[in-house]
Design a protein around this ligand. Structure first.
Ligand SMILES: C[S@@+](CC[C@H](N)C(=O)[O-])C[C@H]1O[C@@H](n2cnc3c(N)ncnc32)[C@H](O)[C@@H]1O
Length: 207
């Protein structure tokens, strides 16, 4: 089996043909309007080609840092969204100072991280967020994998990709143990795939 970075490096080659297949306008506008600050700093985990999230935030005057472990995806991002500062890393290994970011996103990426590592990742994300900051991510559930909990491989665009998830109840418990408030929890069907979209907030006032 190929590793995820190898697979996404391969996807980058045909990315142009599949651009705009997923219309996320609603999700982005919804999340963006809930952020108190006019502009700020976004950390986008698994940013891929920097679309559509990084691009949207940059166009709205934000500073964006994108993290991805596929070099080819980051090369596309450098072309499409040159203003994004990119970090070539596994999202589980990133280090930033505490209280750095007004928003953190993990759009269609966190479900590739083994569930045993979710809690530690949430702890980091919580630390990196400013008080009052928000974290939006896509979570796989039974609606996608067919099972209450899942860890294994599923076919996506002709490749076997690793996915992992707990139950939504266990996810909620992890987020609450971390200190997050769960602000929104919505199943969305986009491009005929249903995922759970969670917005979690770090308690405190936005500055
Ligand atoms: C389905 S793409 C989504 C890209 C983008 N967020 C979007 O909405 O189009 C998933 C991305 O997450 C990246 N990714 C998956 N697991 C990762 C990890 N542990 N660390 C960093 N990047 C990861 C992949 O390389 C890929 O670019």
């Amino acid at each position: 089996l190929k590793t995820l970075p190898e697979i996404y490096d391969g996807f980058a080659a045909t990315y142009d043909q599949n651009r705009n297949l997923f219309d996320m306008t609603d999700v982005i506008r919804n999340f963006f309007s809930g952020l108190g600050t006019g502009s700020g700093h976004l950390l986008d985990l698994g940013c891929g080609a920097g679309e559509p999230f990084a691009r949207f935030f940059i166009e709205h005057g934000w500073q964006v840092t994108g993290v991805d472990f596929s070099r080819q995806m980051l090369e596309l991002a450098a072309r499409y969204v040159p203003q994004m500062q990119s970090v070539f890393s596994d999202m589980r290994d990133i280090h930033f100072k505490p209280n750095q970011f007004d928003a953190i996103t993990a759009v269609y990426s966190l479900f590739h991280v083994p569930r045993a590592d979710h809690r530690a990742l949430f702890d980091r994300i919580f630390r990196f967020l400013k008080p009052g900051g928000r974290f939006l991510f896509t979570y796989a559930t039974k609606q996608y994998t067919g099972q209450d909990t899942f860890e294994g491989y599923m076919d996506f665009m002709g490749e076997q990709l690793f996915y992992s998830h707990k139950t939504p109840q266990e996810l909620h418990a992890d987020l609450k143990d971390t200190g997050f408030l769960i602000l929104a929890d919505i199943y969305r069907n986009i491009g005929s795939e249903t995922f759970l979209w969670i917005t979690a907030g770090k308690p405190g006032e936005t500055t």
